[in-house]
Design a protein around this ligand. Sequence first.
Ligand code: GRF
Length: 189
Amino acid sequence: MARKRVGVLISGRGSNMAALIDAAARPDYPAEIALVVSNKAEALGLTVARAAGVPTAVVEATNRAAMEAAITRHLEVADVEIVALAGFMRILSAEFVRRWNHRLINIHPSLLPAYPGINTHARALADGATRHGCTVHFVTAEVDEGPVIAQAEVPVLAGDTPEMLAARVLVEEHKLYPRALAMVAARAG
Ligand code: GRF
């Protein structure tokens, strides 16, 4: 079976992107990372992608329509079939989401539908939640909504700070995202 070509969109550290690149290095993985696009030239993830030999592009337009048009051009030139958001901090338009309908996925650090948006770990702690985790989902026009592909759960422990909880969730993110992308790649037309 031909491996699906994946474009990863990042804005920063890129540790989830790195987990996807590592997974795709296995010959039996159903996807390859064809391109990494960042909306920040200084994103650490770009250095990681380049070191792994993955082609990169930077799109720094501030205007959303111009940014999305440039991203789409890069993705099309690279023959990308699936787009994976990995810490991409811009909200995408309904038009972009439609263009990549059912082929655009995101990882979010909470058990959606709980805690969409930012500061998920601090909010879970403030609520006294006993369980927390991460979700990979298809992206729809609404932020952090859309059909869930897979979730991983972690316990909230006594004495947790947001940073401690985030670190525990991140370990699961790095396992969950490659697994979820493989599921999508194996079934996408
Ligand atoms: C992750 O926690 C991810 O779930 C969220 O933003 C963070 C990005 O981290 N969407 P990284 O850039 O993948 O290291």
